[in-house]
Design a protein around this ligand. Structure first.
Ligand code: 2GW
Ligand code: MN
Length: 296
């Protein structure tokens, strides 16, 4: 049964016992088979969400990795734009993971917002830089985040906020539809197809983008720990999933359905042309700087 019949009330999750209205939209899928809403512009009243979350004292941590050259290339623009658009109504703690803490830009943060730097080692292979985020996030949740924030969002750094990314995106476990695949047939999804990998899957629900995922700290801890475990099992078996951590995340989200799905508004690429269903963009991929950054 879909939670999103027009005018129907939707529970925000165990952590909040008030219900909020979500409206449907005729041109896009607004509800998954298992009853999770897919969040598109026009389905929600932003102020209503902000008020409910403030009443419930929701707080959010954002994790982002800026290792090696990615720090100078992307971090400042990412953080400045997050200050303007990310969960502006709620207390936010940024966790910046880097191997060069002294280079983290000193940014003027709004009230109720703070930034912590976590030093991580720099892996020599970029695939490992990306995959080992899972371990580092799980550790930070256990040692710090769970004491301060109910919700967590984990982001790639090579992107910029350009519109509201607000409390309507919060939920127990949140996944993002990949902008390149949301309107494509399953057969084109780039799941890992190697039966020797723990990320192997024949069918799934959607193709999710690992550039944005989140949820309650409990769920994100389980998500990142499980992905880390399956990544390490692959290493022992000397296999690597097609899209690294993203393949493992897709497998996890197939086995553990997200309670909330974000439309590609929440991570769009300007290389994709005009799409009639995209009424707003909230987060945009930054231009890839492969020539200078992917030299390994
Ligand atoms: C990554 C690739 C090649 C060279 C360097 C790096 C790199 C990544 C780096 O030097 N330093 C660093 O901090 N990173 C972090 O890993 C950074 O936060 C970055 O956003 C993230 C993922 O790397 P990225 O953004 O270059 O990869 P994408 O945009 O192709 O990401 C998708 O696929 C990845 C797996 O291959 C991940 O699943 C990612 O979440 C996906 O969006
Ligand atoms: Mn990226």
């Amino acid at each position: 049964r879909c939670h999103l019949a027009p005018g129907e009330k939707l529970k925000l999750g165990n952590s909040i016992d008030t219900s909020l209205d979500l409206w449907s939209r005729g041109d896009v899928q607004t509800c998954t088979d298992w009853g999770a809403p897919v969040i598109w512009d026009g389905m929600f009243d932003p102020d209503h969400y902000d008020q409910e979350h403030r009443r419930n004292h929701s707080s959010v941590s954002l994790t982002v990795f800026a290792v090696g050259r990615y720090l100078d290339a992307y971090l400042e623009a990412f953080l400045l734009s997050a200050e303007r658009h990310f969960m502006v109504a709620l207390p936010v703690t940024y966790y910046v993971f880097t191997d060069v803490p002294e280079r983290v830009p000193n940014i003027q943060l709004g009230p109720g917002r703070s930034l912590k730097v976590v030093k991580v080692q720099r892996h020599s292979r970029w695939q490992d830089i990306s995959m080992m985020r899972m371990r580092a996030i799980a550790d930070a949740i256990e040692s710090q985040i769970r004491r301060y924030s109910r919700y967590i969002f984990c982001f790639d750094v090579d992107q910029v906020f350009v519109g509201r990314f607000g409390s309507e995106a919060l939920g127990d476990s949140v996944a993002l539809l990949h902008a390149y695949y949301y309107h494509r047939p399953q057969s084109l999804y780039t799941y890992d197809r190697n039966p020797r990998s723990r990320a192997y899957m024949e069918t799934g629900d959607f193709y999710y983008h690992a550039a944005v995922f989140g949820g309650s700290w409990q769920n994100v801890k389980n998500m990142t720990e499980t992905c880390y475990q399956t990544i390490m099992e692959d290493k022992e078996n000397q296999v690597e999933a097609l899209w690294h951590d993203e393949s493992h995340l897709n497998k996890y989200l197939w086995l553990h359905k997200p309670s909330r799905v974000l439309s590609p508004e929440y991570c769009w690429s300007s290389d994709i042309g005009y799409r009639g269903d995209m009424h707003v963009t909230r987060l945009l991929w930054a231009k890839k700087k492969y020539d200078t950054l992917r030299i390994t």
